[in-house]
Ligand binder design. Structure first.
Ligand code: GLN
Length: 497
């Protein structure tokens, strides 16, 4: 029995725990041993057996006393958090030397909500420094490795989360997505991940990158498991001024319930899926394209209708995002001054040189690049030419989505133009930015996006299908993803470890 525990998902483990077929302590021990055995994948930055086992013992006690209910659906289920979320019980570094050894005096809201739902935390997961990147190579600590081929990137910035879930070290993990960081690593490692509507999950305690874009999201092996986590993670938080006072539906029910006009054989009957022409053009690899088309064919068999739509400013989302995100980052990262917390240089002459030395030593190359770009586009004389223009285009990109949603209920396309590349094979930052083309539009518009496994492309590496919904339509995305996962087994494929 314990031999297979790691192959089970969130809902299955919760059922086993409820049936007392396994205790949370046994399950936690089993997964901690797996985490240790696969340390070379670089998924985790911090693990604390004592903390995890104490949480697991507490969960077992709660269950024994019969004091858990509907709000504690994750009671005793082990998960792990991207190191962008601050935590009291574990160090929080954001993948940066700047925060080496930093301990937060409080938990992020997403972390405390998952704990309140009963989840047990095994540790903190690797990521690109301050979530800037799409490969995990920007982690100051170590790269994370794709379990399908450890010589390749797992994607990023939530790379450690994707690796941990894909390698069956944890059934689910948290990630964050500013311009694709939940969806793209999910796609490159063959797991499921959803970036909710901006404002759905609290950003309180999420180390800020670009505040108008940052969103937390769950990563798991199925759409249904993502629904279980999202349920706990969502909801208004007075501590985040941009958190929305939007009712949280029953995501699990929305994921599984039959919709009006649908039948069990054709659960997606009546659903119009728009295919943005710009998502199927040049630049998408043949393997990715054929996997995505095969997944779309399955959605059609499930009753969905495919319609062609257009998002004419898709290409512009790259310059727009790479102006707005660095602009916000340059402001957010000004707090790392070596005074209040974080790294401080040992050698300096005066205050000014202390700032300079601390920031030069603490930040990595990509973070410095973005601080410089951001400072430049916000500077007097350039603000109107870059930042203001980008804000106007951002609005137009959001309007394009609304025009397209007049013709469809969801949109679909690839998540990333290619499968995962080898670690160390990309030295051109602009080329790396271009690969974000399919995830940036929904981010700029604040729309929810789901990545679900769609089989395999070049060299047998995983490919993800992206589904984009209108505001607050996470349930509809998860429903379509779940329907697909009822008739396909791409999401059940495990990497050969
Ligand atoms: N790859 C994008 C970037 O480098 C997105 C990162 C993210 O979503 N955090 O900014």
């Amino acid at each position: 029995m314990t031999q297979e525990l790691h192959t089970l998902g969130v809902a299955e483990l919760a059922a086993l725990l409820d049936a007392r077929e396994v205790s949370s302590v046994e399950l936690t021990r089993h997964l901690l041993a797996r985490v240790a055995a696969h340390d070379a994948l670089g998924a985790f930055l911090a693990v604390d057996e004592e903390v995890a086992l104490a949480q697991a013992a507490a969960a077992d006690l709660w269950r024994d006393r019969g004091i858990h209910g509907a709000g504690h659906r994750l009671l005793g289920v082990p998960i792990a958090h991207k190191d962008i979320f601050v935590t009291r019980d574990f160090p929080s570094t954001a993948g940066s030397k700047m925060l080496e050894g930093y301990r937060s005096p409080f938990d992020a809201t997403v972390v405390s909500r998952l704990a309140a739902a009963g989840a047990v935390t095994l540790g903190k997961l690797n990521c690109d420094e301050f979530a800037m990147g799409g490969s995990n190579e920007n982690s100051a600590w170590r790269p994370a490795r794709n379990p399908w081929d450890p010589a390749r990137i797992p994607g990023g910035s939530s790379g450690g989360s994707a690796v941990a879930v894909a390698a069956r070290l944890v059934p689910a993990a948290t990630g964050t997505d500013t311009g694709g960081s939940v969806r793209q690593p999910a796609s490159l490692t063959g797991i499921t991940g959803i970036k909710p509507t901006y404002g759905r999950c609290s950003r309180y305690g999420m180390i800020a990158f670009a505040s108008s874009l940052d969103q937390a999201g769950p990563m798991a092996r199925s759409a249904l498991d993502c629904a279980h986590l999202l349920q706990a993670m969502s909801g208004f938080d007075p501590r985040d001024a941009t958190s929305a006072e939007q009712p949280v539906p029953d995501f699990v029910a929305e994921t599984t319930a039959l919709r009006p006009g649908a039948t069990p054989e054709r659960p997606l009957a009546g659903l119009r899926i728009g295919l943005p022409a710009e998502f199927f053009g040049e630049g998408v690899s043949a393997g990715v394209l054929s996997a995505v088309r095969a997944a779309l064919a399955r959605l059609e068999q499930l009753g969905a209708t495919l319609v062609e739509v257009s998002l004419p400013r898709t290409e512009l989302s790259i310059p727009v995002y790479y102006i707005i995100a660095p602009a916000e980052a340059s402001s957010n990262l000004s707090r790392y001054d070596g005074v209040r917390y974080g790294h401080r240089a040992r050698v300096y002459q005066d205050l000014e040189s202390m700032y300079r030395a601390s920031r030069s030593e603490g930040f990595g190359a990509e973070v410095k690049r973005r601080i410089m770009i951001g400072t430049y586009v916000l500077s007097h004389g350039y603000y109107d030419a870059y930042y203001l223009q980008a804000q106007k285009l951002r609005r137009m990109i959001a309007d394009d989505f609304q025009a397209a949603f007049a013709q469809c209920d969801l949109m679909a396309g690839p998540v990333a133009p290619t499968v995962a590349r080898p670690i160390g094979s990309q030295h051109d930052p602009v080329a790396e930015y271009l690969a974000d083309i399919f995830t940036l539009p929904a981010s700029l518009a604040g729309l929810p996006g789901l990545s679900v496994p769609a089989g395999f492309g070049e060299d047998g590496m995983p490919v993800g299908l992206q589904l984009i919904g209108n505001y607050w339509q996470e349930g509809a995305l998860l429903h379509a993803g779940h329907a697909l996962q009822q008739v396909t087994d791409w999401h059940r494929q495990a990497p050969p470890l």
